[in-house]
Design a protein around this ligand. Structure first.
Ligand SMILES: [Zn+2]
Length: 55
């Protein structure tokens, strides 16, 4: 039995702060785990193709 809904396995990282497009988890470049601060992620936006911090 195949689950045809596997795309929902990875929740989106967030939205592009530039163009407000939802960024899928597959676009994650690197995740910073900053001590004492909130985690920061760097991902490529599928729309503007820039390296952004998902919000
Ligand atoms: Zn964008």
């Amino acid at each position: 039995m195949w689950d045809s809904d596997i795309e929902t396995a990875d929740p989106p990282l967030g939205r592009c702060p530039v163009c407000d497009v939802r960024i899928p988890a597959a676009n994650l470049v690197i995740a910073y785990d900053t001590a004492g601060d909130w985690p920061r992620m760097l991902a490529t936006c599928p729309d503007c193709e820039g390296a952004v911090n998902p919000v």
